[in-house]
Design a protein around this ligand. Structure first.
Ligand code: EPZ
Length: 424
């Protein structure tokens, strides 16, 4: 297993171009299943999750070719609605192909995504929407079997604004007969990007990015092309790194109007923000960080994916902060590892009480999920001494060239390949 070696104490300074958003690219790749014709996706990041989704699509008879920062995908001759368990079980987002598959083939069998480190991750809302559109759903031996003579547009109310459920239902509705309305839909920018992509293929979607999305079904959608939206979570990660190292970091290539919550919270801890263009902003780290409270919420609230990185900063702020994680039930696994670096954090139910300390100390730490991995690296940037971060496969799922981008900002970070195990 590779490891990241970080020597703390250096302020980060410079510019970083964010990559295309992982959580937009994965949903859009699933949406390609709807298209009859070649589709070119630009700004697709080099991440292991993208490789897994590419492999899943290929098992369906979809062609996927990497051409630089683009993927060329063609689902014209799709002929299989049952991807294998060993691939689907690697990544929850594989479940997003269910809606498009049923829309294209009239049937699909997808293994239930298991839980993961951060929670049980149910899919009841995905299935509620598909049933409303006339699907027959049978769960048997851990696999969801969905069939539909014909998908018929219907009103769907989501009890919780689930990102994945909104995307799965929206994609199925593209080829349904009639109008589907999704009430209490998730409003994340990645959903608006997915809708923009699908409309480019000939779909008829309005309201994406609000809590009510209307999809008027069409008979077919064609090929096309799309450039994936910049990754607001990656951008937020580097802005936090700039703030907590007392540096000056400009992020580029991300819609700033998708960053409201994180920019506001950065100002609360004392950082200065300058908006340089619609797609770039700069953070100026303060001499000292002030404690503040944080509550994760569906968009436009503070994103759960930045909870762990932001906690790394609160760990060295002056004062005590309350961090409430309301989206997932178990997303504090990074706390144990922070404590090994000298952080003073205690968990009380869905809240973490973070008592800022003057300094963290470097240590050997392990990642538990992809955002925790990034958070521990950020902690290493300000810790006294060296930090060695293991289990980097988590990091590689969601951050393209993470160590390279940090080095470009002046961090003393190096990735060491694990020595091959020698026999004997
Ligand atoms: C997406 O996951 C993202 N993943 C997650 O990013 C992100 O944290 C999450 O949205 C919230 O923003 C991708 O887009 C690939 P949800 P998703 O359905 O769709 C409950 C990362 O680090 N729920 O909005 O799985 C669920 O249990 C990853 O990049 C139901 O109860 O998130 C959770 O508590 C992590 N029933 C809450 O909703 C359902 O049918 C939010 O889940 C579906 C979800």
């Amino acid at each position: 297993m590779d490891s990241l070696h970080i020597r703390g104490g250096r302020p980060l300074n410079g510019q970083v171009m964010v990559s295309g958003a992982k959580n937009a690219a994965l949903a859009i790749m699933a949406g390609c299943v709807l298209g009859e014709g070649p589709i070119r996706l630009q700004r697709v990041p080099f991440l292991t999750d993208i490789e897994v989704m590419s492999a899943v699509l290929r098992t369906l008879g979809v062609t996927v070719a990497r051409q630089g920062d683009s993927l060329v995908i063609d689902a014209t001759h799709i002929d299989n609605g049952a991807p294998p368990y060993e691939l689907v079980s690697k990544m929850r987002a594989s479940f997003f192909i269910l809606g498009p598959l049923v829309a294209r083939l009239g049937k699909a069998s997808i293994p239930l995504p298991g839980g993961c480190a951060i929670g049980s991750r149910p899919v009841d809302l995905h299935l509620k929407g598909l049933k409303a559109m006339g699907c027959e759903v049978v769960i048997d031996h851990g696999t969801v079997h969905v069939t539909a003579e014909k998908l018929v547009g219907a009103p769907v109310y989501l009890d919780y604004p689930s990102v994945g459920a909104t995307e799965n239902i929206m994609m199925a509705a593209v080829l349904a007969d009639g109008r589907t309305t999704i009430e209490n839909a998730a409003q994340e920018p990645e959903i608006a990007d997915l809708a923009k992509f699908l409309n480019g293929l000939g779909a008829k979607i309005t309201g994406a990015g609000t809590d009510t999305i209307i999809i008027d079904g069409v008979k077919h959608v064609t090929g096309g092309e799309h450039s994936v939206i910049g990754d607001r979570i990656e951008a937020g990660t580097y802005l936090i790194a700039g703030a907590m190292t007392r540096g000056r970091v400009q992020v580029q290539g991300v819609p700033i109007d998708a960053m409201g919550a994180i920019l506001s919270k950065l100002q609360e801890v004392g950082a200065m923000i300058s908006i340089d263009s619609p797609e770039s902003c700069t953070v100026f780290g303060p001499d000292f960080l002030r404690a503040t409270d944080l509550r994760t919420l569906p968009f436009p609230g503070f994103p759960t994916d930045l909870q762990a990185p932001f906690m790394a900063m609160l760990a060295v702020a002056r004062g005590t902060s309350m961090v409430a994680e309301t989206v997932f039930e178990n997303r504090f696994l990074h706390v144990d590892e922070f404590q090994r670096m000298g952080a003073q954090v205690r968990i009380e139910g869905h809240c973490a009480v973070v008592q800022g300390v003057p300094a963290l100390t470097g240590a050997h730490v392990q990642s538990t999920d992809l955002r925790a991995a990034a958070a521990l690296a950020l902690a290493g940037l300000v810790a006294q001494g060296d930090t060695v971060l293991g289990k980097l496969h988590h990091l590689d799922r969601g951050y393209e060239n993470f160590d390279g981008k940090l080095r470009q900002l002046g961090a003393d970070v190096h990735r060491l390949e694990a020595a091959p195990l020698t026999a004997g």
